[in-house]
Every structure is written in structure tokens, then in C-alpha cells.
Design a binder for this molecule. Structure first.
Ligand code: 9UX
Length: 72
């Protein structure tokens, strides 16, 4: 059972940042799909809550210099 949520991705200053942050999200276990849009600064993430939490998604991005503005 997956859910899809959209959160602001912080610290993106060029389109390559969107690509690298997206790739980092996609390789986390429990992430089904991730799309990071540089134009609007948002990351749309489909994930399996039993395998990964928004806090862990945030941690994963923090590890590569970005941040995720989770609301929970
Ligand atoms: Mo762009 Mo982002 O040159 O970390 S890749 S600033």
C-alpha cells in the first residue's frame, strides 16, 4: 500500500539539483517513485509507509545537502 505526497524541496539552486535530489529519493527502499520539479520546487513522492516515513525521506535529502519540508 503506497501513498503519494508532495512536499517542498529546499536548497535547490539549479536543475541539476532537482535531478540529483530526485535520484536520491528514488533509491531509498520504500520509495516507489519520486519526481522533483525544479520549476515549482516541489517533490512528488510515492512511498510505502510501512517501509519509509516522511522523516526518513527528509533525512535522506539532508544527507545530500537538500531538505524536505514535511508537514507532519
Ligand atoms: Mo547546481 Mo545543485 O550547479 O547542488 S547541482 S547547485
Amino acid at each position: 500500500n503506497s501513498v503519494q505526497k508532495t512536499y517542498p524541496v529546499l536548497n535547490m539552486t539549479c536543475a541539476s539539483c532537482a535531478s540529483s535530489s530526485q535520484a536520491n529519493l528514488q533509491r531509498q527502499i520504500g520509495v516507489v517513485n519520486a519526481e522533483v520539479n525544479y520549476g515549482n520546487g516541489m517533490g512528488k513522492i510515492e512511498y510505502i509507509p510501512n517501509l519509509i516515513t516522511p522523516e526518513k525521506l527528509k533525512d535522506a535529502l539532508n544527507n545530500v545537502g537538500f531538505d524536505l519540508m514535511i508537514d507532519e
